[in-house]
Design a protein around this ligand. Structure first.
Ligand SMILES: *[C@@H]1O[C@H](CO)[C@@H](O)[C@H](O)[C@H]1NC(C)=O
Ligand SMILES: *[C@@H]1O[C@H](CO)[C@@H](O)[C@H](O)[C@H]1NC(C)=O
Length: 130
């Protein structure tokens, strides 16, 4: 599992493509973070709108945070956001996304990811931060 998460973390910068159609959070400022939901490795379905990338902490270019933001799919106007941080040393927050309550789940024993009908992004904006 750790290696799978490392692989996804490694691949994400290559998935950050241009703006997609009808994206609620797509602006000139967010364009570089758009994840092509049709083109995520081992995901055979359209995963929907999301944004991911690396953000620097202050002006120190050696300190960065990785994030993956999933907008709320409930289209009522809401400004709330869940900020998800997995606990424990060396525990990636992608564990929360891929193993617990994210839009795309990687259940143990399956070769590919599956859609999660109970994903928390159906009730709130959520950002997973490493
Ligand atoms: C997303 O990926 C699909 C599959 O590779 C591709 O057909 C589509 O053009 C891509 N969309 C964007 C906005 O790059
Ligand atoms: C980052 O650099 C800018 C430009 O030099 C400066 O205005 C700002 O205060 C710096 N921020 C921090 C957190 O050091």
């Amino acid at each position: 599992m750790y290696q799978q998460m490392q692989l996804i973390t490694f691949l994400l910068p290559f998935l950050l493509l241009g703006c997609t159609e009808a994206s609620r959070f797509s602006t000139s400022n967010t364009a570089k973070f758009v994840v092509n939901g049709s083109f995520i490795p081992d995901v055979s379905f359209e995963a929907g709108e999301s944004y991911a990338g690396i953000l620097p902490l202050g002006n120190d270019t050696n300190s960065n945070l990785f994030f993956w933001f999933w907008p709320n799919t409930d289209h009522t106007p809401r400004e709330e956001i869940v900020i998800w941080l997995n606990g424990g040393l060396g525990c990636s927050s992608l564990g929360g996304l891929l193993k617990e309550h994210g839009a795309i789940l990687w259940p143990s024993g399956l070769p590919a990811l599956v859609r999660n009908p109970w994903s928390w992004h159906h009730i709130s904006n959520i950002v997973y931060i490493d």
